[in-house]
Design a protein around this ligand. Structure first.
Ligand code: GAP
Length: 543
């Protein structure tokens, strides 16, 4: 069963060292996360796979790593200073600050034409606070999403040292267009790729690492002759979709969605979103926009931009004239892609049936939980209905529904029901012995590729051979770890839970014939392989 809720993924991430709440020793900082030892490996693998595919394996791409802090004028002429904002209003009654355009759209059934129309509706008392229903609302004001900081040793309290933390990596690419063109002697079409941090003071961050204020983007700006932009756009939509699928993403969980006219950013002629079916619903994974010649023109010297030192244009040898290229921009989030791969890979599976009396005891408790929820006062009707129907179907299907019970045991609403403590007391033990959690990550993404165990940790010969194998694999570029901190079955389960595709066990036969068992995470099949062939075997499987 795949992850039914984001809570299941959050819990695994915390338990197994993928992602921790940031600055937790001081109570944390809302919606900020730190990637732990396994998370950093996973996210690095996602970024590496992206770079390999879009830079190294193509003939028409170059890489870049631009600075986060840039001249403020970049953000003036990109349009971010004026337009990168959300309209907010305050509710004087309950002191919340909702997004005014969202409230307008929800209550009037269409998007507002601008802030003036929102404010007219507020004045006419046509809008109400989505939290408390009051119509005592302030006027909507634009709230810019760019984080400000200042350069230099002294903050003089004015704007003289003001710079922004970049809200997208894209502008670093546009302002380097001329540098890359000149130094790399590129001809159109060609693209520039960049991976890096971006910062947005999001009003409503949330859903774990899906929307945060500090995140990493993987962006491409692909420059083409005007007129060749639409074909290039189609090429990138197919290419980017295939990248996710090639790394094992379930095609049923990935879709292409055309943005409607009113959704388009000010610079875009067309934009297509790749959406993933996250536990909270279909949501944007990557946007692929046709930005036309908007950005290169904006950063070129003109009557509208007297600050630029020159023009960002291209001399077309074929046409013997200068032109301003059009740009196709596939813009992905490294954190979002990592989260999507995690959700997609997650599975709780029953591996063996528990004894009938244990199942009967658990069934009784889950039924009792369903009855308690039914009697509970003050619980929202939709939550009640969800918990009751899920508990009833789990109880009816046990032991086959043990994986679903794991999800219910991690549900924060379910935890508020007293009898859930008893369900967990019995259920967790049965689940521990009879189910396994597996991350079916693509081998190229898995934080650890191979784990090596000695059958017995108190036998020096087994330990020495296992440690030697680990070292040899690591030398040949395969991420390997050694572990002897439990019985083999337990070690397999631990590696399954973090997505390690292969485990090697060194046993007594290994000492005689130099073969080891290689256990496959997904099929759980075990093969005997010559120790000398391990490096080649895994390198071939990873290629
Ligand atoms: N240069 C175009 C651009 O930045 P965007 O749709 O705002 O477009 C591109 O962002 C991608 O960056 C999104 O599809 C998403 O994957 C990621 N992203 C944007 N805001 C994010 C946030 N607050 N937290 C995590 N990822 C975010």
């Amino acid at each position: 069963m795949p992850a039914s809720s984001l809570e299941t993924i959050v819990s695994l991430c915390k338990r197994r060292g993928f992602v921790f709440p940031s600055s937790s020793v001081y109570g944390g900082l809302s919606s900020t996360w730190d990637y732990g030892p396994l998370g950093v490996e996973l996210k690095n693998n996602v970024k590496r796979a992206w770079w390999k595919r879009v830079v190294h394996e193509r003939e028409d791409m170059e890489g870049l790593d631009a600075a986060i802090l840039m001249n403020r004028l970049v953000w003036k002429y990109s349009g971010h200073e004026a337009t990168f904002s959300d309209p907010m209003m305050d509710c004087r009654a309950c002191k919340t600050r909702p997004r005014a355009d969202h409230v307008f759209a929800a209550q009037k059934g269409r998007d507002p034409k601008g802030i003036a129309e929102i404010n007219a509706a507020i004045d006419a008392k046509e809008l109400s606070c989505p939290k408390c229903g009051s119509k005592d609302l302030t006027q909507a004001r634009p709230f810019n999403l760019m984080f400000k900081t200042s350069v230099g040793p002294v903050d003089l309290g004015d704007d003289s040292g003001l710079v922004y933390m970049r809200p997208e990596t894209a502008q670093g690419i546009f302002v380097n267009f001329g540098n890359v063109l000149d130094t790399m002697r590129r001809k159109l079409p060609f693209g520039i790729a960049q991976i890096g941090k971006a910062f947005r003071n999001e009003i409503t961050p949330g859903n774990f690492t899906f929307r945060t204020r500090e995140f990493e983007q993987m962006e491409i700006e692909y420059f083409v002759r005007p007129g060749e932009d639409e074909a290039a756009h189609e090429m990138w939509i197919a290419e980017r979709k295939n990248w996710y699928l090639g790394l094992g993403m379930n095609p049923d969980n990935l879709r292409v969605r055309e943005q409607e006219k009113h959704e388009l950013a000010h610079y875009a002629k067309r934009c297509v979103d790749l959406e993933y079916r996250f536990p909270m619903g279909w949501s944007e994974l990557e946007g692929i926009a046709n930005r036309t010649d908007f950005d290169l023109k904006s950063h070129s010297r003109s009557p509208e931009n007297p600050d630029a030192v020159g023009e960002l244009k291209y001399f077309d040898q074929e046409q013997k004239k200068h032109l301003v290229p059009y740009v196709i921009e596939p813009s992905a989030g490294a954190d979002r892609a990592t989260l999507a791969f995690l959700c997609d890979a997650y599975e709780d599976a029953l591996v063996k049936e528990p004894p009938a009396e244990e199942t009967a005891r658990l069934r009784e408790l889950v039924e009792s939980f369903a009855r308690s929820v039914g009697r509970r006062e003050g619980m929202a009707a939709d939550v009640k209905q969800r918990l009751v129907s899920s508990a009833e179907s789990i109880a009816a299907g046990l032991p086959g529904t043990l994986p679903q019970l794991i999800g219910l045991m991690e549900d924060s609403e379910a935890a508020t029901i007293e009898v859930m403590k008893k369900v967990r007391g019995v259920g967790e033990k049965i689940a521990e012995e009879h189910t396994r959690t597996v991350l079916h990550l693509h081998p190229r993404l898995a934080p650890v590729t191979v784990a090596v165990f000695p059958l017995k940790r108190n036998d020096a010969r087994l330990v020495e051979m296992a440690r030697g194998l680990k070292r040899d694999l690591q030398k040949s570029g395969i991420r390997a770890v050694y572990d002897d901190t439990g019985a083999i079955g337990k070690l397999y389960r631990r590696q399954d839970e973090i997505g390690t595709p292969w485990c090697i066990t060194v046993d007594f036969q290994s000492l005689d014939d130099q073969t080891v068992t290689v256990r496959d995470r997904d099929s759980m099949a075990q093969d005997r392989v010559k120790a000398t062939e391990l490096g080649n075997t895994f390198a071939t499987r990873l290629a």
